[in-house]
Design a protein around this ligand. Structure first.
Ligand code: SAM
Length: 261
């Protein structure tokens, strides 16, 4: 099927075989895996993933694409399509419902909501074994950025505190129909184990990171003034004159551990 891609759903269908193969091989689904694909579209990744795993659950918002995909999948494997906005899907409940410990999530994501999808997955990280996503390259650069880099920010800190971030390869616009305006990249995210997770309240970390990067040109003392004072910042061994982008993810964890004054 060659549906007319809908801009409002962020539809850029992958058509170049070699990139499809590279993504499927990066995921390497096995028959025991419970694979969930976000945004199957016309099935460029769905059908090869289904062939490898035998069964697959896909989450698609565009009703028009579902009947054709379901029909084409029938001879390949057991495809279950959830018609929903992925942000409304509770991954933890989905895993429980199917009696699996952890899901493997994949997708060529709709770019207009890529960050909300990443944050949504992080909230369910304990129910996820790994994720393999296609995103704008610029977003993957931000996810993997280190302190001091121009693109290091809230996304870098929050993702790196929850997952190992592994950028894999770049995909040019010509691999899609229609071509997006920017390069894309594939990234693997592996949620950290319980003993590697920060020992601090996630909501507190989030509040501090958000406030720090909301005013990244200001010193931390200024940017965090509604969240904590200079003495509290210093008690975490952080310089209140430093700027948000110079702090490591662990520095933010220490700030979040300072008892509220
Ligand atoms: N996987 C296909 C491919 O690689 O050719 C399509 C990828 S396309 C970039 C993104 C897909 O996500 C589209 O099928 C689109 O309809 C779907 N989508 C958009 N918003 C969505 C949402 N909120 N929840 C679930 N799927 C969504």
């Amino acid at each position: 099927m060659n549906a007319r891609p809908k801009k409002s759903f962020g539809q850029h269908f992958l058509h170049e075989k070699r990139y499809i193969e590279r993504i499927v091989s990066a995921i390497s689904p096995r028959p025991d895996d419970f694979v969930v694909e976000i945004g199957p579209g016309e099935g460029a990744l769905t059908l090869p993933l289904l062939a490898a795993a035998g069964k697959l659950t896909a989450i698609e918002l565009d009703t028009d694409l579902i009947p054709d995909l379901q029909a084409r999948a029938a001879s390949v494997g057991e495809l279950s399509i959830i018609h929903s906005d992925v942000l409304k899907v509770d991954f933890t409940a989905l895993a429980h419902r199917h009696g699996v410990e952890r899901l493997r999530i994949a997708g060529n994501l709709p770019y207009y909501i890529s960050s909300p999808i990443l944050f949504h997955c992080v909230e369910h990280a304990r129910a996820i074994q790994d994720m393999c996503f296609m995103l704008q390259k610029e977003v993957v650069d931000r996810m993997a950025a280190e302190p001091g880099s121009k693109v290091y920010g809230r996304l870098s800190v929050m993702l790196q505190l929850a997952c190992r971030v592994e950028p894999l390869f770049v995909v040019p616009p010509g691999a899609f129909r229609p071509p997006p305006k920017v390069d894309s990249a594939v990234v693997r995210l592996v949620p950290l184990g319980p003993d590697q997770l920060p020992d601090a309240d996630p909501a507190r970390i989030h509040a501090i990171v958000k406030a720090a990067f909301a005013q990244r040109r200001k010193t931390l003392g200024n940017a965090l003034k509604n969240v904590m004072d200079a003495d509290a910042i210093m008690s975490a061994d952080v310089d209140p004159k430093a700027r948000a982008e110079t702090l490591s993810p662990q520095d933010y964890v220490r700030l979040a551990c300072v008892p509220a004054g």
